[in-house]
Ligand binder design. Sequence first.
Ligand code: IPM
Ligand code: MG
Length: 370
Amino acid sequence: MAANKKMLILPGDGIGPEAMRQVRRVVEWFDKRRAVRFDIKEGLVGAASLAKHDTPITDAVMRDALETDAVLFGAVGDPKWDNVAFDKKPERAILRLRKEMGLFANLRPATVFPELVAASTLKPEVVSGLDIMILRELTGGVYFGEPRGITTLPDGTKRGVDTQVYTTPEIERIARVAFELARKRTNKVCSVEKANVMHTGVLWRETVAKLHAAEYKDVQLSHMYADNCAMQLVRNPKQFDVIVTDNLFGDMLSDLASMLTGSLGMLPSASLGAPDATGRRKALYEPIHGSAPDIAGKDLANPLATLLSFAMLLRYSFDLADDAALIEQAARKVLAKGVRTADIMQDGATKVSTTGMGDAVLKELDTLAA
Ligand code: IPM
Ligand code: MG
């Protein structure tokens, strides 16, 4: 029997909790069938925490996150809190977790499931077989740079400021992750910035090129401006393997890339910190999709992105590649049988609810493990 693994589950808002409920069923399945035991804590984040504690994330939940082996996160965001002060927004919860856990490396794979090629708005030949990785810097840049804020000028008009800032160590450590990832894939890195207009872009390009020349000459490196990258992702996404970019460009390009695959509802992500003395990294796993308040609570959401995030958790935090693959295989089988939630519905397929998708996955897991 493997030792218990500590996991903190933060379902959050909107469709977060209902998607997470299906993942809990799979966790229980692992508990019973695969002798993989978890010590699970659950906590409130986002609007759910605001309603009860008047803050998007309490210090107690933050402490749990710092102490656990891995965090599985649902989604945060609720239109009810659209017009409140910045520190009262549900989104602060995920930003604080990223910052205080030091999760600087955000892995956002965009993979096209063969069963879902038709769900993409792009032509099948452009996207079929697509497997790229957007590596987004997650704790720096304009998301956190100082000064920031809105001030009132003497004439009564207002001035808003955000600051884009990067240091060489911040760029180096994310570039290093990119090169290491590429070596395990098809060995190509495209580094993306706006060196034509931004000083941080110039420094980014220089720093990545220098590290490449010093330690990663075996990896094929190219540089691209962010606007061109957006265009190239739609024109010919298969030219890319690993794309490494800053926090804001990564936010936008990963949303763009996710749509190549047909559904935001399918894509997981992992956010990792630096390895400690024992080689362990702090880690948080979350679906790329948001809280989708418009469909929340209706049993309509696709739970697969959250489930596949749990698979990433097994692979990256606990070295359980076989168990991760089992979940991924079960999801593929369900799709191959034409089982679809509304977001990926196709002609001739069987439409199921969130719970129905959970049922289908569990059934496949039973078959695969039999
Ligand atoms: C994401 C989201 C977040 C971000 C929001 C919820 C703060 O869009 O994870 O991509 O902008 O980073
Ligand atoms: Mg985003």
